[in-house]
Design a protein. Structure first.
Length: 243
């Protein structure tokens, strides 16, 4: 039976660069966890690729060893990006995307699933995320599935911008929370904002504030009543002394 030193030697001889020791996790005595350095080439592709890592994993399995990779981009360390790369590599059939929120208590991982995630797979995702986050001297609070949370849609984001623009993403998130939406990860909102910008429905000013375009206002339409969006915007601006 191979030990951690044997596994580390096999990985390095395969051209992988270890960013930490090869270890076993308490409660999972069947698998080794290996922290691997990854980078991006000029085309933005991950090196080593997930295909290459998968081939190494298969070779080790044939030798009777299960190795699970934790990927670290040491050239441009980004905790959220590294976690996303790790989960997409480990669970390609289950995870479409992931986001991370961090506060004084610890980290919450948000998973965008590809389909129904079973309880056993969710536990595996939690375990892999916890190992990655603990390696950064942080603690994992919980893992949430976006389909189970009341996260704001792009339409909800547009409607809030219609009332409050120009505002930055932090203020937008705060206002969405006040409307009863779950507290979304900032990268989740940024990705929606970027999609809306590419669709020509919002613009991002040089000062970082977001505004609707005329095209977005046309799509949203108008309503002639006392609680119409335009009246709500006027009252909101008055409360903020921005008239």
């Amino acid at each position: 039976m191979l030990n951690s030193s044997d596994v580390a030697e096999i990985l390095t001889s395969s051209g992988l660069v270890l960013s930490g020791p090869v270890v076993r996790q308490d409660g999972d005595r069947l698998a080794f966890y290996a922290f691997i350095e990854v980078s991006k080439d000029s085309n933005g592709h991950q090196k080593p690729s997930n295909i290459y890592l998968g081939k190494i994993s298969e070779e080790l399995v044939r030798s009777g060893v299960l190795v699970k990779f934790i990927l670290n981009d040491t050239a441009n360390f980004d905790l959220e990006a590294g976690l996303r790369a790790t989960l997409l590599h480990a669970f390609p059939e289950w995870v479409r995307n992931s986001f991370l929120t961090i506060d004084s208590q610890g980290c919450t991982v948000w998973i965008v699933p590809k389909g129904g995630v079973t309880r056993s797979y969710l536990e595996e995702i939690k375990n892999r995320a916890a190992i990655y986050i603990n390696n950064a001297s942080l603690s994992l609070l919980e893992v949430k599935l976006t389909v189970n949370e009341n996260l704001p849609s792009r339409t909800a984001i547009l409607m809030e911008l219609r009332i409050a623009a120009p505002i930055n993403v932090e203020v937008l998130i705060s206002r969405l929370e006040s409307k009863g939406f779950s507290s979304p990860p900032i990268d989740y909102v940024n990705r929606h904002l970027d999609a809306l910008r590419r669709a020509g429905q919002i613009i991002r000013r040089k000062d970082g504030l977001y505004c609707l375009t005329a095209g977005a206002l046309k799509v949203l339409g108008t309503v002639k009543r006392r609680n119409s969006p335009d009246v709500v915007r006027f009252l909101d601006l008055a409360r903020r002394n921005e008239l």
